[in-house]
Design a protein around this ligand. Structure first.
Ligand SMILES: Nc1nc2c(ncn2[C@@H]2O[C@H](COP(=O)(O)OP(=O)(O)OP(=O)(O)O)[C@@H](O)[C@H]2O)c(=O)[nH]1
Ligand SMILES: Nc1nc2c(ncn2[C@@H]2O[C@H](COP(=O)(O)OP(=O)(O)OP(=O)(O)O)[C@@H](O)[C@H]2O)c(=O)[nH]1
Ligand SMILES: [Mg+2]
Ligand SMILES: [Mg+2]
Lengths: 292, 267
């Protein structure tokens, strides 16, 4: 554990008063390794370590009785702040009709998250949500969203067509005619390097003019998180991140990488396959988990 | 640094970064960089030395026997089990074999519809039972039917699950037991998403504790992730990678080739 590694390092440093780059380098190497093991991107890990090295230099932390623990607290605080101080929820439209688009790589948890979010906003924010099944690519994707919609008693719009834009357009009219005040558009999983599908996503966004575009990322993603999240946020105006499958034991360092390269807030995490496995993001909990 | 025979400290740092980026993990990377930094009397480019040493390390450990008649697909949620089941069915059908797909995911929304759609597209028989929530029962019916009809291949899809869920792992253990009561010609393949970080080793390790894993299908290699997580999995668990998934269509399954995989790691 990082804690144990630190206490042995700090035993030798104690009594030296000020922290210098050299006596901190062992501790920082351990922090960097912990971050790498937690799947923080290596460039992001290095930048983070440089940042805390700067903060620690000259600090008086080592006069503490348990400098190792003190040091961990500093790092945790830094990581928590970095992950995004305040838990920001969905930014609703001032018009009274909010549109949310769900996007991400294949299998990351978008369809499940669409339903979970609808249920959350219905129960916790008194919204009247409406789901639009715009994944016309994956076999039975529409069926999947319909089944989930039934489970949470939220209407799902679908249409027998090959054109997702038609589904979005007609879905929006249907939602408005049913007095829904919030729509969530499920889209097909796609690779950030698939130009055709990234263009399709751009078109869905242009047509639906969303208030939120949520990038849904698998909590166990490794180093590549920087590439996919960066590409998605450069192609469309991603406004928030959802980290899924955090009920596993993956450390979730991809969150740090994604936050670093997109600058967007992590809004929610998925904590089970079930519809209630969904919570607002708590940066302090994740930073503890990442540091292991 | 391409083609260089001697790597400077700066070069080694660049190499270390490239290998970390591939999800090999810092321990494996440290070992590789360490061995490549030692002077080599063969006067080879570092890429050659890398490929040679990785090849020795990995090929020495992995025995890839041909796949058995019944294949059980397991793995974390969303890693590509159902799609890989369809791809395998397509592959075997192309080879002229008769294939039976078994809809062993009795839990997830529209899981049966998904594999049913695939079986229709592939014109392959499917055993499913939407009236039960017991996957072991469907696995039993499926394998039983496949064996009595003498099909060449039986492919059993299972629900995605996290290795951290004791109940779901016990359920998988039971599916495996039920299948093995009927036949011992079974191979269990775990799907590992190429985007997975260090948790991938934990996944393979834990699944392997509940039922013997025989091999890996490394999916979504058509993205930008290099799938380096397969290296520590191969090393620690002696597991061969049988196939690589390179897309969402039925033909997007390629037999694993160690050389091109290793070359892909160093981009
Ligand atoms: N344990 C767990 N499973 C999850 C979570 N979120 C989604 N899943 C599961 O992950 C798998 C993939 O979820 P989907 O919602 O189909 O993912 P998707 O992004 O819509 O997939 P594509 O449409 O194919 O790109 C399913 O088995 C879900 O039940 C989560 O937070 N925890
Ligand atoms: N790009 C790409 N996508 C893939 C590949 N394999 C599977 N997918 C996609 O990944 C998503 C999830 O695939 P599934 O086959 O549903 O995964 P699963 O493991 O059966 O998911 P659960 O049953 O929900 O656990 C789908 O959108 C697939 O099309 C691959 O090799 N490349
Ligand atoms: Mg989906
Ligand atoms: Mg499946």
């Amino acid at each position: 554990q990082l804690q144990d590694r630190f206490s042995s390092i700090f035993k030798t440093i104690r009594g030296h008063g000020k922290i210098t780059e050299s006596n901190i380098s062992d501790a920082m190497r351990d922090v960097r390794r912990a971050l790498l093991e937690a799947d923080v991107n290596f460039k992001v890990a290095r930048r983070f370590v440089d940042r805390i090295t700067d903060k620690a230099k000259g600090g008086e932390v080592l006069t503490s009785i348990t400098p190792g623990q003190q040091f961990i607290k500093i790092i945790q605080k830094e990581l928590t702040e970095f992950l995004g101080g305040n838990t920001e929820g969905i930014q609703f439209s001032s018009s009274g009709f909010t549109t949310i688009v769900m996007a991400g790589l294949q299998g990351s948890g978008k369809t499940t998250t669409c339903a979970k979010l609808a249920r959350f906003l219905k129960n916790k924010r008194q919204k009247n949500p409406f789901l639009i099944a715009a994944d016309l690519q994956r076999p039975a994707a529409v069926d999947q969203l319909k089944v989930l919609g039934k489970q949470i008693d939220v209407p799902v719009y679908s249409e027998d067509t090959k054109d997702p834009l038609k589904v979005v357009k007609n879905g929006i009219s249907q939602a408005k005619s049913q007095d829904a005040d919030l729509i969530i558009i499920d889209t097909a999983g796609r690779l950030h390097v698939d130009e055709t599908l990234m263009n399709q996503l751009k078109n869905i966004v242009s047509l639906s003019n969303p208030n939120e575009i949520l990038f849904v990322a698998d909590g166990m993603t490794g180093q590549d998180a920087v590439n996919s999240s960066k590409a998605f946020s450069e192609t469309v105006d991603v406004t928030g991140i959802v980290l899924t499958k955090m009920d596993g034991d993956s450390r979730g360092g991809a969150a740090v990488s994604i936050r670093e390269v997109t600058g967007k807030p992590i809004k929610f995490i998925g904590t089970s396959e079930n519809m209630d496995g969904f919570e607002p993001f708590h940066p302090d909990r994740l930073s503890q988990r990442i540091l292991g | 640094i391409s083609g260089k025979k001697h790597l400077s400290a700066d070069d080694l740092e660049k190499l270390e970064e490239a290998l970390l980026q591939a999800d090999l993990g810092w321990e494996v990377v440290d070992n590789i960089v360490d061995s490549l930094s030692k002077s080599d009397d063969k006067n080879l480019a570092w890429e050659e030395r890398f490929l040679n040493s990785m090849d020795l390390l990995l090929n020495g450990k992995i025995q890839t026997k041909p796949l058995r008649k019944t294949i059980l697909l397991v793995g974390i949620n969303g890693t590509g089990k159902t799609t890989s089941a369809a791809k395998l069915a397509g592959e075997f059908s192309k080879d002229g074999e008769s294939v039976l797909l078994v809809a062993g995911d009795t839990y997830r929304a529209a899981a049966v519809e998904q594999i049913r759609e695939w079986s229709k597209r592939l014109k392959v028989q499917l055993v499913a039972n939407e009236g039960t929530s017991d996957p072991a029962a469907v696995a039993f019916d499926g394998v039983n039917s496949g064996l009595s009809k003498n099909v060449d291949r039986i492919i059993v899809d299972t629900a995605g699950r996290l290795h951290t869920s004791l109940n779901l792992m016990k359920e998988l253990e039971k599916i495996n037991r039920v299948v093995r009561k009927m036949t011992d010609e079974v191979d269990v393949l775990i799907t590992i998403d190429a985007n997975t970080g260090q948790n991938g080793i934990q996944q393979a390790r834990e699944f392997n504790k509940y039922l013997p894993i025989d091999g890996v299908i490394l999916t979504k290699m058509d993205g930008t992730a290099r799938g380096g997580i397969a290296v520590p999995i191969m090393l620690e668990l002696n597991l061969p990678v049988y196939y690589i998934g390179v897309g969402e269509q039925v033909d997007d399954l390629v037999p694993f080739d160690m050389d091109s995989y290793l070359k892909g790691l160093i981009g």
